[in-house]
Design a protein around this ligand. Structure first.
Ligand code: DX5
Ligand code: ZN
Length: 222
């Protein structure tokens, strides 16, 4: 089974973005997690296309784009053109989710759906077969550095059971308050992609922290 580490660029130093991207390039991390916030779906604004294009210019690993925006359908082709490998939209922001997922695939990207802490996993049952990834939010989206919500572990276990039955290739991603202290529990609950912002960029040495996250990962796998 694959276990991936995805540092969240939201916690990088935007005045030294090239430096931080190159640190991730030369680290053991697998993906770049790119958080796009519109100030409507979530109470914060992060960045849009110019910054995403700047990230792409230096990033040597796939861009995992997490859209915390309303009307994501309007922008899917542009995010694909800007270099996204994975595009994840929020369940709560999509009225015609099946159509949105098809549009992501048509744009040549892997399709993900994110669910907020209050959204039941069971609501994904009829879309699961069409997805490459489900992102379980373990904090309320909008900000880095928040505290992990423990009920996420139950949601991950439920999603893992559902995906084993319906779509065994599905990747399960967890985002928010993830770090060395809860990684083992999250792996055991079924998560496979780990987004970490503050835990990595707030560490004395981000690349050492990435390595520790990967090593813990490897120990548990064996
Ligand atoms: C929150 C974002 C996260 C955030 C995670 O809305 O989706 O990706 O950057 O940051 P940490 O790991 O600091 O909780
Ligand atoms: Zn995110």
């Amino acid at each position: 089974m694959k276990h991936l580490i995805a540092p969240s660029v939201l916690s990088a130093d935007f005045a030294n973005l090239q430096r931080d991207i190159e640190m991730v390039n030369s680290s053991e991390a697998d993906w770049f997690h790119v958080d796009v916030m519109d100030g409507v779906f979530v109470p914060n604004i992060s960045f849009g296309f110019p910054v995403m294009e700047a990230i792409k210019k230096y990033a040597a690993k796939p861009l995992d784009v997490h859209l915390m925006i309303v009307n994501p359908d309007h922008y899917i082709e542009r995010f694909a053109a800007a270099g996204a490998s994975v595009i994840t939209v929020h369940y709560e922001a999509c009225t015609h989710l099946h159509r949105t997922v098809q549009a992501i695939h048509a744009a040549g990207c892997k399709a993900g759906v994110a669910i907020n802490p209050h959204t039941p996993v069971a609501l994904l049952k009829d879309i699961l077969v069409d997805l490459d990834l489900v992102l379980v939010m373990s904090v309320n989206p909008g900000f880095g550095g928040q505290k992990f919500i423990p009920n996420t572990l139950n949601k991950l276990r439920e999603l893992k059971a559902m995906s084993s039955a319906i779509n065994p290739d599905l990747l399960i991603e967890v985002d928010g308050g993830v770090g060395i202290q809860n990684l083992a529990d999250l792996i055991q609950a079924g998560a496979e992609v780990f987004v970490a912002g503050n835990a990595i960029f707030g560490a004395p040495s981000p690349s050492v922290m990435i390595s520790e996250l990967k090593q813990l990962d490897a120990q548990l796998k064996s």
